[in-house]
Design a protein around this ligand. Structure first.
Ligand code: 5GP
Length: 192
């Protein structure tokens, strides 16, 4: 998605530790007009897939998913909660996710009331790095008996292994910008 790539080139900052900082428009301050264009692009790519629910993970995925949902017949957005405490077994789907940016392991949970076999799910998230967050969400979709239509990612870091693993699982993965390489001196180079 050209508009997104231009914005990353202009405002993205390459940080130490393979972190791309895009907090001026994507995951701290949020450019809602850009989010609208991102939502339209997800709809274009998943048109006709019968999506009736969008699943994301707190916190950064929520804003993007909410704006995108407007282009999917107002499908409800469910966000997985990162929960450090124990939950009553039976009421929630759970999965473990190791955070790339914080290095912590979270238990993520989704209430069984909000995801089930009647759902056709699109997963949306801001970044794909090693794939832990996405794999946790995929686990939850599978446990619920819902059908996974695919995953829409805003920025995939193609030099990390998540994309290869998720595509290798046969999941339809659509990333709007794939970073081939990045460095503090050379900036960001995109795939394709
Ligand atoms: P993964 O689980 O695929 O390793 O990492 C995905 C999660 O880590 C995303 O939900 C995102 O919040 C965070 N993340 C991964 N890489 C980056 C990055 O380069 N920049 C930022 N801002 N967040 C990242």
């Amino acid at each position: 998605m050209e508009l997104l790539k231009q914005r990353i080139r202009r405002d993205g900052q390459v940080m130490a530790g393979n972190v791309l900082k895009v907090d001026s428009f994507l995951n701290h301050q949020m450019d809602i007009r850009l989010f609208g264009e991102i939502g339209k692009e997800f709809r274009r790519r998943f048109e006709g897939c019968g999506i009736n629910k969008i699943l994301t993970i707190e916190a950064s995925g929520i804003g993007i998913a909410c704006i995108a949902a407007q282009y999917f017949d107002d499908a409800p957005v469910v966000f997985a909660k990162k929960n450090p405490t124990k939950n009553i077994a039976g009421e929630v789907y759970t999965s473990k996710v190791e955070s790339f940016t914080h290095g912590r392991v979270y238990n993520v949970i989704v209430s069984k009331r909000f995801l089930g076999p009647e759902d056709r799910v699109l997963i949306i998230d801001d970044f794909l790095a090693n794939g832990c967050a996405l794999m946790g969400l995929i686990d939850i979709v599978r446990a619920s008996g819902a059908e996974l239509a695919g995953a829409g990612i805003v920025i995939e870091k193609g030099f990390q292994e998540g994309g290869r693993i998720i595509r290798g699982m046969g999941v339809r993965l659509e990333s709007l910008a794939i970073v081939e390489s990045m460095s503090e001196e050379g900036g960001v180079v995109f795939r394709g």
